[in-house]
Design a protein around this ligand. Structure first.
Ligand code: NAP
Length: 405
């Protein structure tokens, strides 16, 4: 249970960009809490810090929400909106004064921050007063030149009669920039950030890498895909690429990523049944009951597994676009919708009632086009072919109905 602000005698303030927050930050906060017998640690994500341009920084709201998710389970951790809500440039001195108003004049404050900040502290606004009204805890990660830092801390203490503590935290071997690089290079971040933060990053595609192909890579991919299918299927594939890129331009989706998803969407379609079964086993592909009865529908999942394992493309939106291009799924991203719709409307596909309408809708509203496309497949499969339809289609029809004007 968290304690009332008025009961708090020792408060630690964890200031930082938290772009994103990671396990190193949480271990640091807990370590400081234990070391200095702190009642509560208040995380304060920065708003617009004085020394930085905001161009490459994730929006404050995203950084704040990730901090809330990361700290929610700890009753001694809280998160403040103070800095992210402040207009203009934010200075620590203003934050500390505001916090004193809330927690009372007598609360003892410890400002936890990276050692780099301590090196520059005398350049901060009203730094002398700041050094008087709160303690500082300079935390370093392994490999930091502690000798120089300790020397500087001693000098600050002598000159300003201040309390600056030093703490080396091995868990800070993790850094936010390292997390961003890992996402960029398609490496896992599991266990480096709390699961909730990882889910949030995925949901909003934060720090996502972009794939750019060279002409040579494109050609190699095309030859590979062409070798797995008949000329007729490959012509359809080329048609889907063209249509998907036309749609993608409207929605500003990376063209190379659209190209890969469209190129690989049917790669497994014409593989012999035995090979499909083998690949499902080899790549441990999970099929639902409907796919087990209609193995042809598994070609999306098999194609995605081939791309991931043989070409090392791991970007979820590309893989999902291939995986679910036949029947769709709930919560499709724009790329998935683009591939689904391009597959249904490419030039080479025989004309059917509604095809032109779906194509023109896709150029200005993907959701409206999705409803028409799903409705058209439903009619085709159940009424024209008289076959069983995947149960997800009913759910999707229900969901996209709201977009049918
Ligand atoms: P930053 O860019 O987020 O961090 C710089 C370095 O220090 C990074 O290596 C970072 O590691 C580490 N770090 C920062 N805060 C940390 C923390 N609480 N615990 C552990 N490591 C931390 O942040 P910054 O620009 O140095 O700012 C830190 C705090 O100082 C903020 O609250 C900021 O508002 C304040 N500040 C105030 C002024 C001023 O008032 N004039 C000027 C500068 C800074 P990660 O990347 O892994 O987080």
């Amino acid at each position: 249970m968290s304690i009332e602000e008025s009961q708090i005698t020792k408060l630690a303030i964890m200031g930082g960009t938290f772009d994103p927050i990671h396990i190193g930050h949480l271990v640091t906060a807990e370590e400081v809490r234990h070391e200095f017998n702190i009642d509560e640690v208040l995380f304060v994500p920065t708003g617009h810090p004085p020394h930085k341009s905001n161009i490459n920084m994730t929006t404050s709201e995203h950084r704040y929400l990730m901090t809330v998710l990361a700290t929610a389970a700890n009753a001694n951790f809280k998160v403040s909106r103070l800095e992210i809500e402040r207009e203009g440039v934010t200075y620590t001195i203003d934050t500390i004064k505001e916090i004193k108003k809330v927690y009372g004049r007598d609360v003892r404050l410890y400002f936890i921050t990276g050692a780099d900040a301590i090196h520059k502290i005398l350049t901060w606004k009203e730094s002398e007063e700041l050094l008087q009204i709160c303690d500082f805890v300079a935390v370093t990660r392994p490999g930091h030149n502690t000798e120089e830092l300790l020397h500087q801390i001693e000098e600050l203490k002598r000159t300003y009669q201040t309390s600056i503590h030093f703490l080396e935290v091995p868990a800070l071997a993790i850094s936010s920039s390292n997390i961003r690089d890992r996402i960029h290079n398609m490496k896992p971040i599991k266990y480096l950030v709390p699961q909730e933060v990882e889910n949030y990053i995925k949901k909003y595609n934060l720090y996502e890498y972009k794939i750019y192909l060279t002409t040579e890579e494109r050609e190699r991919m095309c030859s590979y895909v062409a070798s797995k299918m008949s000329p007729k299927r490959y012509a359809h594939t080329r048609g889907v690429i063209e249509m998907a890129i036309e749609f993608a331009n409207v929605y500003k989706i990376n063209c190379d990523e659209v190209f890969i998803a469209a190129l690989f969407h049917d790669i497994a379609k014409e593989l012999p049944l035995a090979e499909k079964e083998n690949l499902c086993r080899q790549y441990k592909i999970e099929l639902d009951d409907f796919e087990k009865r209609h193995l042809d529908l598994a070609h999306g999942k098999i194609g995605a597994a081939m791309l991931e394992n043989e070409w090392k493309i791991t970007k979820p939106s590309i893989l999902d676009s291939i995986r679910y291009h036949t029947v769709g799924r709930e919560e499709m991203c724009d790329l998935e919708k683009v591939i689904y719709l391009a597959d249904m409307t490419e030039e080479g596909r025989s004309p059917y009632k509604g095809k032109e309408q779906i194509k023109s809708l896709a150029l200005y509203d993907l959701n409206r086009a999705m409803y028409k496309a799903l409705y058209s497949s439903y009619n085709y499969v159940t009424h024209l072919l008289g076959e069983e339809i995947h149960p997800i289609t009913f759910k999707l029809l229900e969901h996209y109905k709201q977009y049918d004007l």
